[in-house]
Every structure is written in C-alpha cells, then in structure tokens.
Ligand binder design. Structure first.
Ligand code: 8OZ
Length: 370
C-alpha cells in the first residue's frame, strides 16, 4: 500500500533512501517536538516510549530536544542525556520504536541564554555574551522572562564541546540510530552564530568564521564520537525564535553549510522562515543553500503532504519533517498514503501534562469505529 499511495502527488515521499549510515523506508520525518513529559531526574518514561512507538511509521523520528548537561535545560520536564538513568529511559524508548519497525535520532540541545536561574540552582544561564533575550521560558512559576545570562569564558568551551561528544556517545549507547545537533531556534549554538546575540571579541565572535567556530568544534567532536554518517544538524537561517536575530544570514549560512558538506554529515534539517509560523517571514534563497550540500536535505515548516511531495520530486528536499500533524495523527504516514482525513492537534496539551493529547489521538481504524 505504501508503495502506491492513492494520491500521486505524494508518491515521491514513499521512495526509500539512505540517510548517512541509516536506511529509511520513506521521506516523512517526525519533527523534534518539545512535549515536557519527562519523569523524575528528567528521564524518559514508559509513556514517552508509547508515544514514540505509536509514531514509528515515520521514515525517521527525531526525538524532542534533549539537554546534553544540566545547565543546558531551559524549561521544566524536558529530558536529558547526561545521566545513566536518562540513558536507561531512552533505551526503553528506542527499543519500543525499533520493535515497532521505526528509526530514531536524538536531538542534542543546549538552551544557552533561554533559561532561568530557578532551573539552574540559582546560577545564571550561559551565553556567548551577557545579553538577555526577549523571550520567555516555562518554570515552576509558569511562563517567565528568561534570566540575564553570563558570557561563557573561552576556557570553558573545550569542556562544553566534550560534553556534546559525551552526550552523542550516550545517545548511541541508548540505541539511537542518529543524533541531530540542535543549532536552531535561538538556542546556544545559534546564539554564537548570530550577531544579535554574539558580541564576543575573541576567537568565537566577530567574523563569520569565528561565530561558526563553536558549531564546527561541536560537529567535529560528535563526528569523532559516533561517525559522520550518524550525525545530522538542524538550522534556522532567518527565524526570530527566542529573540534571536542576524543582520546578514546568507553569507553566514553559506559558510556553515559549506563546512557541513566538507564533513560529510548525514543530513541538514532546515527550518524555512519563522519556526512554527510564517514561511515567508524574511526572504531567503533556500534552494541556493541546498545546492551547496551533497548529503540529505530535510525541509521543515508548514509543509502540506502535497508540498512535501513536490519538494522531493523537484530534487529540492530528500526528506520533509512534519510537526503538529504528527502530534495528532500517530499514523500520519498511512494517512498521507491513503489521502485520509487528518485530525487537528489541540495546542492546550502540547507542553506538559499526561497521556491526554499525547498518546490518546486515535489511529484510523479506531477513528472509524469510534
Ligand atoms: C517549543 C517549546 C520549548 C522548546 C525548539 C526545543 O523550538 C524547542 C522548543 C519548542 O527548538
């Protein structure tokens, strides 16, 4: 059935592909989605294993953003990948997804300045420069403005890079097929990249080469740990998410993508426009950027199945990531193949809570008999 979908416009999404070292049966990716349902010690739970295994029909699942170390956390109840308990929790998740026939990447995250002292034992968040973001985070007191960060010392950077590599090793030990470096949405790596957040005067600030230095040091350390064929990265050249800004994104991202191409990364995952919002937020030539990268190109942001089919047919994208529609349609791949109706996602249950709005969205057969 999946090899001959009812709607010819989505046929290109059902061609298998190699993504670095990993073979995927279709081009439909579950986007990383923060759901704030980790358990004690920020470890993944059985409920999370159920949620992800329900969605194993995806060509690839990119698990939610996961902090690489304690000061990488910016919101309550997000999972980590720095303790043995967290590795054991993720192992139950990847086992469940693999048993259900799926493949899974872990998104490696450090929030940088998008955090609050109450989540960091009273310490200030770290950032390239001591510039507070115009952004809110979610703490025990609800939504609160983020705290003023402190500028990371250059001497602290080797330890940070090593912690990214250690997290990648732990992800491999937890059974993930790939890791995805989170270099998007106004978090730490993007704070270094973009001039609205980086005013450093050392080797990590100023020129494009310097602002991209942390990204490449992290990428190289992770490649060393798990191999380039198991590493992807997420970027968002023009997003305003979490108060980030860049005065000249085109040359910055040409430099970034050229460096990623030279390193043979498995994939680049790109958010077009404003994250979760306007695709046309700011003009940017995504097709020109894509032509600089020979590996797999994963497109994201507001794609319909027909748009995704066209993006793959045209050669622009190899994979397309879907977010909201995967929340409310665990069998999204089958629904796309059958041109079946889509269920709408309830945004009131996106962040935090229990199984409601998480693992209780019906599959098609259930929906038909409900
Ligand atoms: C929504 C809420 C909290 C975090 C991202 C990790 O934007 C996130 C995130 C999304 O990349």
């Amino acid at each position: 059935m999946q090899s001959s979908p009812r709607n010819p416009a989505v046929e290109p999404l059902f061609q298998p592909l190699r993504v670095g070292d990993v073979a995927v049966p279709n081009r439909i990716v579950m986007a990383p989605l923060t759901r704030n349902r980790a358990g004690g010690g920020n470890a993944p739970t059985e409920l999370m294993a159920r949620y992800y295994s329900q969605r194993a029909g995806a060509g690839l699942i990119v698990a939610e953003a996961t902090q690489i170390r304690p000061d990488g956390q910016g919101y309550l109840y997000t999972p980590g990948i720095h303790s043995d308990e967290q590795v054991a929790g993720w192992r139950r998740v990847t086992d469940a997804v693999h048993e259900a026939g799926g493949r899974m990447a872990l998104q490696l995250w450090h929030v940088g300045r998008i955090s609050h002292t109450s989540l960091l034992n009273g310490e200030a968040p770290i950032a390239p420069s001591a510039i507070r973001a115009e952004a809110k985070t979610y703490t025990a007191n609800g939504f609160e403005p983020v705290s003023e960060p402190r500028a990371l010392e250059a001497s602290e950077i080797p330890g940070l890079v090593a912690d990214y590599a250690r997290a990648a090793e732990r992800a491999r030990d937890a059974g993930f097929d790939l890791v995805e470096i989170h270099a998007a949405n106004g978090y730490l790596i993007e704070q270094f990249l973009k001039d609205g957040a980086n005013q450093r005067t050392d080797d990590y600030g100023g020129s494009i080469e310097n602002r991209a230095r942390l990204l490449f040091e992290v990428t190289d350390a992770i490649i060393e740990a798990v191999g380039a064929g198991r590493v992807g990265i997420r970027i968002s050249p023009v997003t305003p998410a979490n108060g980030i800004s860049e005065s000249d994104p085109t040359p910055l991202y040409e430099h970034v993508v050229d460096g990623l191409a030279a390193r043979g990364l498995a994939y680049v995952h790109i958010i077009e426009g404003a994250t979760g919002g306007d695709r046309e937020f700011q003009p940017f030539d995504y097709a020109a950027l894509r032509r600089r990268f020979p590996g797999c190109w994963m497109a994201n942001n507001g794609y319909t199945p027909a748009m995704a089919g066209e993006a793959v047919a045209s050669g622009y994208a190899d994979l397309v990531a879907f977010g909201r529609s995967f929340i409310s349609n665990p069998d999204l791949v089958q629904r796309i193949a059958l041109d079946a109706p889509m269920q709408k996602a309830d945004s009131s249950t996106f962040y935090g809570g229990d199984e409601r709005g998480y693992t209780d969205y019906p599959f098609m057969e259930q929906a038909a008999t409900a």
